[in-house]
Design a protein around this ligand. Structure first.
Ligand code: NDP
Ligand code: HSE
Length: 594
C-alpha cells in the first residue's frame, strides 16, 4: 500500500475568529466559508472560532433572567453558551456544503478548560494532541467561542469572550496569529462610522490597541495576547490587509478606495448558477452583467430577479467588463470566448479543464502579455485545492509523482456499484446532481480525468503533456463480474490518474481503473469526493475534498474571483485603459494573500 503521512504536523495553523458582527443571519455562514476556504486552499489548517448569531446571546441572557431571576450564574452560563454551539454547527454545515473537510468540536471534546467566575472566566488549558489528531481528517476545526469547561460544566468568558478563545487557540497551537474578523477592516483612531476623520492603523502595540479599540477587541483577550506574545489581527471579510496588534511600533495605514468589479458570467448551469448566487451576495465587490446562456427563457422565471440573461455574447461581454467567468463547458464557444476575453483586456476565471488542457500555454501567454490574471482552480479537484498545494511547493519542487481520484462522477458511480447499485441508475443520479459533464462519456471514458491530469503535470513538473499520450481506461471496461470479484477480495475499484517524472524529466501520465485495498486512502472516498497523493522523497501528502457539484466548484471559482479582486483593489484601471497599456503591462503585483 502507498505510504502516506498524516499532514497535520507539517502544516501552518491559522486561527480565525468570526464575531456576531459578521454573523448577522444564516446567509452569512456562506460568506464566512469563503474566508475560511481562502486559507485552507493555501494549505493552512484552520481553527474557526465562532460567536453566536447577532443578538442571540443578549436574547438568551434576557430569557435566562426572566425565568431564573438571577438565581444561578452557573446555569445561566450553561444557557447562554447555546448560541455559540448552534453557530458552530451552522458553520460546519456551510463548510460541508462547500466541500471543505471539517470537524465541529465542543469544548469538552478538546478538553478546553476554563476557570473562574462562571460568567467571566479565563481559559486555562487545551488538549493539543486531541485537536491535532482531528486535523488528520479535517482541514478546519470549528470551535464555539465564549466558553470552556471546568469540573462542574460549562462556564463563559465574559463579553467579547470569543476573542479570548481565539487568542488562546493561537497560543496553544503555535499559530502565526489570531485573526479576528469584524465588520470593520481594522482598528481606527476613532469610530469610523461616527468620525469621518478617523484613520486606520496598520499596526499597534497591545497597550495602544487597548486604548483606541474601545472594546472592539476584548480587553482580557488583548492582555492575554500581550502576556503570551500572540499576534492579533483585526480584519474584515475578504480583505488582504488587517491591523496587526503585536509588540511593534504604531503605524497608520494608507487610505484605500475600491470600486466593484464588473463580472460577465458565461453559463448558468450547475456551476454558473452557484457562482451567480455568491456574486449577488457581494454587491460592494461585484456587479453582474447579463449572464450568457443558450436559452434565456428557461432561466429568467426561476433565478434571482436581480439576474438578467442573454444569448448574445456581445451583450454579456460589454465594454466595461473587468472579469469574465467561463462556466459553459466544452471546447467550442467556451474556447474562443476565453481567448477573446484575455485579448480584450478582461481577467479570466474558468472551471473548464478541457479548454485549459488544450490552451494553457496560449491563455497564460495572453494573460501575461496583457497584464491580466488567468485563474482556473476549479478545473481540477472541484473544491479540492490540489493545484494550489502543488504551487505551494514552488517551481523547484521535488515532486516524484501525483496520483488521484480526480473525477467526481466516476467516483460516485464506482461507490454506488460497490454498494451493489446499478450502473445506469448511478450515471443518471450523477447527472441529476450536476456532477457529470454535458456528455457523461467524457467522465466515463477517462477524458475528463486526462484533461485534469495534464494540468496537474503542468503544476507538478512544468510540463504539459500531449493529451493523446495519456492512456485512459473506460468505466465501460468494468464488467459486473470484475466488480463482484473485487468485492469478494475486499477490494474496491477507483478511477486513478497518475503522473510521474523520470530522472531525465520525461513525464508519464495515465488514467486507469485500480482495485484497491480498503485501507488505501482513496478507498474511503465517498460519492463525488476527490483525493490526491503528492509523492515526494520525504513521503506523501494526502488531500481530499468534494470534487464536483455546484457549491464546491463555485467556492473554488469565487476564491479565484476574490483573489483577482484583492489584487486589483490597489492597482485599479478600467478594462479599456488596461487594453491600451497592454503591451507595456507586466503581471499585477500580488498583494499579500492574508
Ligand atoms: P451545465 O451544462 O450545467 O451548464 C452549462 C451552462 O452553459 C448552461 O447554462 C448553458 O445554457 C450554457 N451554455 C452552454 N453552451 C452554451 C453556448 N454555446 N452559448 C450560450 N450558453 C451556453 O455545466 P456545468 O455548470 O456543470 O459545467 C460548466 C463548466 O464547469 C464545465 O467546463 C465543467 O467541466 C466545469 N466544471 C463542472 C463541475 C461540476 O461539478 N458540474 C465541477 C468542476 C468544473 P442553457 O442553460 O441555456 O442550456
Ligand atoms: N464532471 C466532472 C467530475 C466535474 O465529475 O469530476 C468536476 O470537474
Amino acid at each position: 500500500m502507498t505510504q502516506y503521512q498524516p499532514s497535520s504536523q507539517a502544516h501552518r495553523f491559522s486561527v480565525l475568529k468570526f464575531g456576531s458582527s459578521v454573523l448577522r443571519n444564516a446567509d452569512d455562514y456562506a460568506r464566512v466559508a469563503h474566508e475560511i476556504y481562502r486559507h485552507t486552499r493555501t494549505g493552512e489548517k484552520v481553527v474557526a472560532v465562532v460567536s453566536a448569531l447577532d443578538g442571540e446571546t443578549d436574547a438568551l441572557f434576557a430569557m435566562g433572567d426572566q425565568v431564573g431571576q438571577g438565581s444561578s450564574d452557573r446555569v445561566l452560563a450553561r444557557l447562554v453558551r447555546c448560541g455559540e454551539l448552534k453557530s458552530a454547527a451552522l458553520m460546519g454545515l456551510a463548510l460541508e456544503r462547500s466541500g471543505v473537510p471539517v470537524a465541529v468540536l465542543d469544548p469538552h471534546e478538546m478538553d478546553l478548560v476554563a476557570s473562574g467566575d462562571p460568567l467571566d472566566a479565563n481559559l486555562s488549558g487545551l488538549n493539543r494532541d486531541k485537536v491535532l489528531a482531528r486535523f488528520d481528517q479535517a482541514d478546519v476545526i470549528v470551535a464555539p467561542g465564549f466558553f470552556g469547561e471546568d469540573e462542574d460544566g460549562p462556564i463563559t468568558l465574559g463579553r467579547g469572550g470569543t476573542d479570548l478563545t481565539a487568542v488562546m487557540f493561537a497560543h496553544w497551537l503555535g499559530a502565526e496569529r489570531a485573526r479576528l474578523i469584524k465588520d470593520v477592516d481594522g482598528v481606527y483612531s476613532d469610530d469610523p462610522a461616527k468620525n469621518p476623520e478617523a484613520h486606520r492603523f496598520d499596526s499597534l502595540d497591545y497597550e495602544a490597541a487597548r486604548k483606541v479599540s474601545h472594546g472592539l477587541v476584548q480587553d482580557k483577550a488583548i492582555s492575554r495576547a500581550k502576556a503570551l506574545d500572540v499576534v492579533v489581527e483585526v480584519a474584515s471579510l475578504g480583505k488582504a490587509y488587517a491591523t496587526r496588534i503585536a509588540a511593534s511600533a504604531e503605524k497608520p495605514a494608507a487610505a484605500r478606495s475600491e470600486r466593484p468589479l464588473r463580472v460577465a458570467v458565461l453559463g448558468h448551469g450547475a456551476v454558473g448558477a452557484g457562482l451567480c448566487q455568491h456574486l449577488l451576495a457581494h454587491p460592494n465587490r461585484f456587479q453582474l452583467s447579463p449572464v450568457l446562456v443558450r436559452d434565456p427563457a428557461k432561466h429568467s422565471p426561476i433565478a434571482d430577479a436581480r439576474l438578467k440573461f442573454t444569448q448574445d455574447p456581445a451583450e454579456a461581454l460589454r465594454d466595461d467588463v473587468d472579469i469574465v467567468v467561463e462556466a459553459l463547458g466544452g471546447t467550442g464557444v467556451a474556447r474562443s470566448l476565453s481567448q477573446s476575453a484575455l485579448r480584450e483586456g478582461r481577467h479570466l476565471v474558468t472551471a473548464n479543464k478541457a479548454v485549459i488542457a488544450l490552451d494553457l500555454e496560449l491563455l497564460s501567454g495572453l494573460a501575461l502579455e496583457n497584464g491580466l490574471e488567468l485563474r482556473y482552480s476549479a478545473a481540477v479537484g472541484g473544491g479540492t485545492p490540489i493545484l494550489e498545494h502543488l504551487d505551494e511547493l514552488g517551481p523547484t519542487s521535488d515532486v516524484l509523482a501525483v496520483e488521484g481520484v480526480m473525477n467526481g462522477t466516476c467516483n460516485f458511480i464506482l461507490d454506488a456499484l460497490d454498494r451493489g447499485e446499478l450502473f445506469a441508475d448511478a450515471v443518471a443520479e450523477a447527472q441529476r446532481l450536476g456532477f457529470a459533464e454535458a456528455d457523461p462519456s467524457t467522465d466515463l471514458d477517462g477524458d475528463d480525468a486526462a484533461d485534469k491530469l495534464a494540468i496537474i503535470c503542468h503544476h507538478a513538473f512544468g510540463v504539459m503533456p500531449d493529451l493523446r499520450d495519456i492512456a485512459r481506461e473506460s468505466l465501460s471496461a468494468l464488467s459486473p463480474e470484475r466488480i463482484e470479484a473485487a468485492r469478494e477480495a475486499d477490494l474496491v475499484f477507483k478511477q486513478v490518474g497518475r503522473c510521474a517524472a523520470d530522472n531525465s524529466g520525461r513525464v508519464e501520465a495515465r488514467v486507469e481503473l485500480r482495485a484497491l485495498p480498503r485501507s488505501h486512502p482513496f478507498a474511503s472516498l465517498r460519492n463525488e469526493a476527490n483525493g490526491f497523493l503528492i509523492h515526494r522523497a520525504q513521503g506523501a501528502t494526502y488531500i481530499k475534498g468534494k470534487g464536483a457539484g455546484r457549491w464546491p466548484t463555485a467556492e473554488a471559482m469565487f476564491a479565484d474571483l476574490m483573489d483577482v479582486q484583492r489584487n486589483q483593489a490597489c492597482t485599479r484601471k478600467s478594462a479599456r485603459t488596461r487594453q491600451k497599456t497592454a503591451s507595456q503591462a507586466q503581471r499585477m503585483p500580488q498583494e499579500s494573500m492574508i
